[in-house]
Design a protein around this ligand. Sequence first.
Ligand SMILES: [Zn+2]
Length: 243
Amino acid sequence: MENRLRSLYLLQLVDSNLDELQEMKGDLPQIVDDLTENVKNKQAAKKELEDILKKSILLRDQTDTDILSLKAKIEKYKAQQFQVKTNKQYDMLAREIDLSQEKITKLQRDMETLEGKAVLAKEDAEKLAPELEALQTELASRKKELAAVNKEHEDEELKLKHQREKVVGKISKADYQMYSRIRKAEDGRAIVAVQRKSCGGCFNRVTPQRVLELRKNSALIACERCGRILVSDEIVESVKKTL
Ligand SMILES: [Zn+2]
C-alpha cells in the first residue's frame, strides 16, 4: 500500500510539473490551432470564389458565342426572306427571326447576370487575399514563438514524460482511472498532502483520527469534502527525494 501511495503521489508531482510547463506556453498552442483553422477556412473560401469566377466567365463566354450564332442565323433568315415566293414562307421566317431575337434578349440578360456574379466573386476574393496574407503572417510568427518555448523546455518535458511513463507502469489500471477522474474534476490535483491538519486541496479539516490513520499509510483515504486522495508527510518526503 505504501508503494501504491508513493506511485500515485509521484505521478501527481510529475503531472503538476508538466501542467506548469504547459502553463508557460500559455494560450500559444490554442492560438496556433485557431489560426491554423482560420487560415484553412479562408483558403477554402477564396478557392470557392475563384471557382465561381472561373465558371461564370466560362459560361458568359459560351453565352456570348450562342448569341453570335443566333445573330448569324437571323442574318441568314433575313437573306432568305428576299428569296421566298409566298407570304406564308415570308411570315414563317419572320417568326423564326422573332424567336431568335427573343432568345438573344434572354441570353443577354443571362450574360449580365454572369458578368455581375464574376465581378462580385472577384471583388470578394480580392478582399480576402490581404486578410489571408495577414493571418498567414501571424500564424508563422506564433508558430515560431511556440517552437522557441517548446525548445526551451524540451529536455525538461522529455524527462518528465519519460518519468511519467515509468510511474504509470507501476500503477494499476483502476488506480490510474481513479486518479485521472479526480484530477480532471479537481483542477489537476488528485493526490494531495495533508497540511496543518487540513486537506491540501480544499483546506477542509481532517479529523485527528483520520490523521492517525493516514500516518499508517495503509489505506487510500479521500478528503471528505473534495474527494482528493490524502497522503501523509512521510509519503510526500520520500517521493520528493526520488524526484
Ligand atoms: Zn479536500
